[in-house]
Design a protein around this ligand. Structure first.
Ligand SMILES: [Zn+2]
Ligand SMILES: [Zn+2]
Length: 420
């Protein structure tokens, strides 16, 4: 046996229904909010993420699957979706073809991290991005979409946390204030924080080391250092959140670990999946499109790990609403008639099964039980002669004779829902 690669996983029947539910619910929601799907390649030029995600981020420095291909090109398996979607937005001038460039993507991402429960090297994300709108109403709309998503998935104990990390005009003063507030104490922080203090002091807020927390809690807040326009923008985001009626909490520690965030940042936390409890995160990235060679357009979006959503969803969310029908037959002629019935049921939009190994009626009914069939349609010589089908309700064991000509209507009437 050749096992799967460490840090990857197969999504099997029994679990895949929960994945499909996440995809169905989010696809329907995204489209209601005016987003259109985009599918980009999983491989991109390495520089897209070096420039986009940020040269100094952990993702780019430690976690990328990057290699030189046979043509000598530096290639990366995408570690996140935003730079790819920005590239597609620019490369195909989506603002020309879409009245409002709102796009979403589902797909695998790749990061070389230490695998642990709920964290994989190939993991999956859903991602939405909207370009060209700086009005704070869109920030609130994106947050409303994120909130609607976790709500419709039935995820319990969720909390929305929001912050503003400012813009290139006001962030330097805040970074300076952080370094100044740390002063000599910077030497007491962990090695990562000391490095962050020198390269990107904001990221000190990402630190999870317990001993560092008391000191980090005393540091200044980004919202106290916003320039006038960032301050007004954030106040308007909050006002719009009240209009939407979404509960949220301000967290000055929410800076997100990537270079491109400006102004609004946010996460949705779920209380029921342990310590790593962010299930969705995003923010505004007003300089990124230009930085990647596009026009000067703002952007905002979020990503959610599908593995995490699936883990946080309630148990029953995986139950599919399917109602299988089983066709059982006795004898050669009845078998052919059964196959034709099987075809007709499927053409009529119903889930139908049959067993081909020609076993006894008893073993066929056992198979129907294992498939959790709602009805068994039985055809033997008698039924053939009368032009009928015997219908057995598998739950109540009641039987009825139904004319072959009316059997599709009979089944459809009883199995409605689920299939459409
Ligand atoms: Zn600012
Ligand atoms: Zn630290």
């Amino acid at each position: 046996m050749i096992p799967a690669i460490r840090g990857t996983h197969d999504i099997l029947p029994g679990e895949v229904e929960r994945w499909q539910r996440v995809e169905d619910v989010s696809r329907r929601l995204f489209e209601r909010y005016g987003y259109a799907e985009v599918r980009t390649p999983v491989i991109e030029r390495e520089e897209l993420f070096a420039k986009g995600t940020g040269e100094t981020t952990d993702i780019v420095q430690k976690e990328m699957y990057a290699f030189t291909d046979k043509g000598g090109e530096r290639i990366t398996l995408r570690p996140e979706a935003t730079p790819s979607l920005v590239r597609a937005f620019v490369e195909h001038s989506l603002e020309q073809s879409m009245p409002v460039p709102k796009i979403y993507l589902f797909g695998p991402m790749f990061r070389y991290e230490r695998p642990q429960k709920g964290r994989y090297r190939q993991f999956h994300q859903l991602d939405v991005e909207v370009f060209g709108i700086s009005d704070p109403a869109i920030d609130a709309e994106v947050l409303d979409l994120a909130w609607a998503l976790v709500t419709e998935l039935g995820i319990a104990n969720v909390e929305l946390v929001v912050n503003s990390v400012g813009c290139p005009a006001c962030r330097p003063a805040f970074s300076e204030a952080l370094v100044k507030a740390l002063g000599e104490d910077v030497g007491r922080l962990c090695a990562d924080c000391q490095r962050r203090a020198a390269t990107n002091p904001l990221r000190i807020f990402d630190c999870k080391v317990a001993q560092d927390q008391p000191l980090i809690d005393t540091l200044p807040h980004s919202t106290d250092y916003l320039c006038e326009s960032c301050k007004a923008h954030f106040a308007a985001v909050e006002r719009h959140l009240h209009v939407y009626g979404i509960p949220y909490r301000l967290s000055h520690r929410l800076v997100r670990g990537l270079d491109y965030y400006t102004r609004t940042t946010f996460e949705i936390l779920a209380g029921n999946i342990g310590a790593q409890n962010a299930i969705l995160g995003g923010g505004r990235y007003d300089g990124l499109v230009k930085q990647l060679g596009g026009p000067d357009r703002v952007g905002i979006g979020f990503a959610a790990g599908i593995e995490r959503l699936v883990l946080a969803m309630p148990e029953e969310a995986g139950a599919h609403g399917r109602v299988p029908i089983f066709v059982a037959s006795m004898g050669e002629a009845a078998r052919d008639s059964g196959i034709a019935l099987l075809r007709d049921l499927r053409r009529a939009g119903l889930e139908a099964h049959m067993e081909y190994e020609g076993r006894s009626i008893k073993s066929q009914m056992k198979r129907a039980d294992r498939l959790k069939a709602a009805y068994a349609l039985i055809i033997g010589d008698n039924e053939l002669a009368r032009g009928e089908v015997t219908v057995k309700n598998m739950r109540t064991s009641e039987q009825a004779q139904v004319p072959r000509a009316g059997i599709l209507d009979y089944c459809r009437a009883r199995v409605s829902g689920g299939q459409e």
